[in-house]
Design a protein around this ligand. Structure first.
Ligand code: PAF
Length: 312
């Protein structure tokens, strides 16, 4: 099976490295031409829980001639998913399959619209971070959960499961409720990322105060209201407790949105709290806490170049 990794950031590089080491013919695709040049010349450095080594991948930029792949794993930031469909058109074999493991909601819909019937969806708790250009840390093995949108198990679903298992990144769970898994991860990201970013907290700081727990409660309640209206079944019995457990289990983490802000990058807010608020509105509901969080993170993204003059 030839595998394409669409998006060679931190998670993409960990996935790519592990797949190459597992013996898969793997092609990594990256939009940043400088990164492609650097990694083509020197390989990339991967350290962390899976060891320390240099990986020398086949890495190509978006517009190169790319040999076709049987499985394309999409891990670009959500705001780049639409552009990734163009790359996928050049790279996906006629009977190829796309798997999105991205944060937030809306990615599956964009991909499915471009490749009807070919897209699987899921989440992963594998941890990865960028240290510098061409240097990544594999911060944790984690559970990868995925499935077909209609819950069926096909030959292709089993082939993808086999590839993910042979990758050795952690346990792999094939589920009938893949949409519920993606929404369950959305709840975690909605309740942690924007609040901790705006408050400049590590994940563990959020539930330390009653006000923080109240904020988590409000975000989660709005998510549950929308999920119920969409008839999406979440995978956790008590999503609010799960969010607090994740905060405590990743207490020292600077969440991915906060990392984006610190690095001066755009965030995935439009696909997390922003998407949830839009979903609510399209159903005739409201999600004011999520909407406000989304507006505030957008303000933070936009305020990089604003000079603040202290009041007299
Ligand atoms: O986006 C993230 O950083 C992670 O999904 C999580 C679970 C919030 C941990 O930091």
């Amino acid at each position: 099976m030839r595998i394409g990794i669409i998006g060679s950031g931190s998670l993409g590089s960990v996935l790519g490295g592990l797949l190459i080491e597992a013996g898969f013919n793997t092609i990594m695709v990256e939009r940043d031409e400088d990164e492609v040049k650097l990694v083509t010349e020197n390989g990339f450095w991967l350290e962390g829980v899976s060891g320390e080594r240099t990986i020398r991948p086949n890495i190509v930029s978006l517009n190169s001639e790319i040999p076709s792949v049987d499985l394309a794993i999409v891990v670009v930031k959500s705001y780049d998913t639409r552009d990734a469909t163009q790359t996928l058109r050049n790279i996906l074999a006629p009977d190829g399959v796309v798997l999105t493991l991205q944060n937030g909601i809306g990615n599956y819909e964009i991909l499915e619209n471009a490749f009807p019937g070919k897209v699987l969806l899921g989440t992963t708790t594998m941890g990865a971070m960028t240290l510098a250009p061409g240097r990544f840390r594999h911060t944790g093995f984690g559970l990868t959960t995925f499935g077909e949108p209609d819950g069926q198990i096909r030959d292709r679903t089993l082939r993808v499961k086999d590839a993910l298992e042979r990758m050795n990144g952690g346990p792999v769970s094939l589920v009938v409720n893949a949409t519920g898994c993606v929404w369950s991860k959305l709840v975690v990201n909605a309740a942690i990322n924007a609040p901790a970013t705006l408050l400049r907290l590590r994940n563990g700081g959020l539930p330390l105060t009653e006000a923080g727990r109240d904020l988590i409660h409000s975000v989660v309640e709005e998510c549950l209201k929308v999920a119920r209206a969409r008839k999406i079944e979440l995978i956790f019995d008590d999503p609010e407790k799960h969010v607090i457990d994740v905060c405590n289990g990743t207490a020292s983490n600077i969440n991915s949105m906060f990392q984006d802000i610190l690095a001066g990058r755009k965030t995935e807010i439009d696909f997390i709290n922003g998407a949830l608020a839009r979903e609510a509105e399209s159903l005739g509901l409201t999600a004011p806490v999520n909407r406000t969080l989304a507006l505030m993170v957008k303000m933070l993204e936009g305020s990089r170049d604003i000079q603040v003059n202290p009041p007299n």
